[in-house]
Design a protein around this ligand. Structure first.
Ligand code: JFZ
Length: 416
């Protein structure tokens, strides 16, 4: 079972991902041609020569980027950690790297260290600062790997020694406590190479988590495919990286924004199965956050301010034996939370094959008592008959009932 050994990660359940870099200047289009893939891959997908792409650095001046405001909002949105692209596949570092001049301080008019700005802001608002680092793909260094490309002539060892390992060291030595390094696309890295990077992290900050995409199955937690949610509970530590639309980096043509209701349901599904939801924003080239992202995350944050007790520090709930439409479960020791995504017919719900004893039950948002009659049906199966107050005002997305149970965890009886 994957174990980060970090209680903060196990309890966090919800974090902010930020994909930012030179690609935001292109915003999904280059020389009149639009990419049909995720916008931060435009250099690779549209075959933009290094000499052309690196010219973007001289135009990169995201003066609207406000680390303090982003961290303040992330806190308000109910997020517990923030993961920022310190260097994505394009090779451009958003911090002052001493081992590569291809960075935001030395090569752009912005001239400030964005990781340092976020480190200060995360400390101020009590968020864990985590850093994304593309350890194998680097489309700027001649020996960095590149997806969908013949890498056989590359001297990957030289890239590791000249850039990857020194930069991983830099981001761990210069910005205070780093909660996690979010590695990505290990490509053809060998076991030994993944292990070398892993050990470097631990030699500098032993408590810094190494994400699942370090390669060769040595990550400390399971990172799912992008926007992929396990269909059943998964035990151990894991996380879903996800987008609000269909791209990580800013794409001015992508307005496929998910509604807040959908994001809340995805959060519930992930948390009920034991995972964290790492939800992305892709700032525009000027550093501002797209308005639809703000509106969605504000709405989800308002939901969490009312129902956070049923999300944070919860653990995977075993798969309930029946398919109950419009209901999801979350749980923490001694409590089972019933998430009603639609108002129950006649304010009543019957759950069979649930054997827990009930100490008390109440609506989470206002504490009003909920009646639960427990018993055995004629087939000998245990049941709960849940009756909500007649005057219950249901949340448009999710009305949460907290049930304090006599046992530590939910007990569902198997079908027989
Ligand atoms: C990777 C990056 O290539 C992408 O740009 C973004 O940063 C995303 C969070 O991570 O994309 C992936 C990597 C792995 C899988 C899918 C997309 N995967 O294993 O399914």
């Amino acid at each position: 079972m994957r174990d980060t050994q970090q209680q903060w990660f196990k309890d966090a359940k919800y974090g902010l991902f930020i994909h930012f870099g030179l690609y935001a200047l292109l915003a999904g289009e280059y020389n009149g041609k639009r990419t049909d893939n995720i916008a931060e891959w435009i250099m690779n997908d549209l075959d933009i020569p290094v000499a052309e792409y690196e010219k973007l650095a001289a135009q990169f001046n995201p003066v609207e980027f406000n680390a303090d405001e982003i961290a303040r909002m992330a806190k308000e949105w109910g997020m517990k950690y923030l993961t920022f692209t310190s260097k994505h596949h394009d090779g451009f570092a958003l911090y002052h790297s001493k081992c590569s001049k291809y960075n935001i301080v030395d090569a752009s008019p912005y001239g400030k260290d964005m990781v340092a700005e976020l480190a200060g802001a995360c400390k101020k608002y009590g968020l864990k600062l985590c850093l994304y680092y593309s350890q194998a793909q680097d489309w700027h260094h001649p020996d960095g790997y590149r997806a969908n490309y013949d890498n056989s002539h590359k001297n990957f060892r030289r890239y590791l020694d000249e850039k990857c390992l020194p930069q991983v060291r830099e981001i761990l030595e210069n910005y205070g406590e780093i909660g996690m390094i979010w590695f990505d696309t290990p490509m053809e890295m060998t076991d030994a190479e993944s292990r070398e990077v892993f050990d470097l992290v631990k030699s500098i900050q032993p408590d810094c988590i190494v994400s699942g995409r370090i390669g060769n199955d040595i990550g400390q937690y399971m990172t799912t495919g992008d926007n992929d949610i396990p269909s059943l509970p998964f035990y151990g530590d894991w996380e879903v990286p996800a987008t609000l639309n269909e791209t990580w980096g800013y794409d001015r043509f992508d307005d496929t924004w998910k509604a807040p209701e959908k994001i809340i349901r995805l959060l519930l599904k992930i948390n009920s199965r034991g995972g964290n939801y790492l939800l992305n924003i892709g700032p525009k080239a000027d550093g501002s956050v797209p308005r639809p992202s703000l509106e969605i995350l504000d709405a989800v944050g308002a939901y969490l301010s009312r129902n956070g007790e049923s999300i944070y520090a919860t653990r995977a709930v075993e798969n309930y034996v029946y398919d109950v439409e419009d209901m999801l479960f979350t749980a923490k020791s001694g409590k089972l939370f019933l998430h009603m995504l639609q108002p129950p017919t006649m304010n009543r719900i019957r759950l069979n094959n649930i054997a827990n004893t009930v100490k008390k039950a109440y609506l989470l948002h206002n504490g009003k008592e909920v009646r639960i009659d427990c018993g055995k049906n004629c087939e000998g199966d245990s049941y709960w008959h849940i009756v909500l107050p007649e005057d219950t005002v249901y949340d448009p997305v999710d009305t949460v009932v907290c049930v304090e149970i006599g046992e530590e965890w939910p007990k569902f009886e198997p079908l027989r």
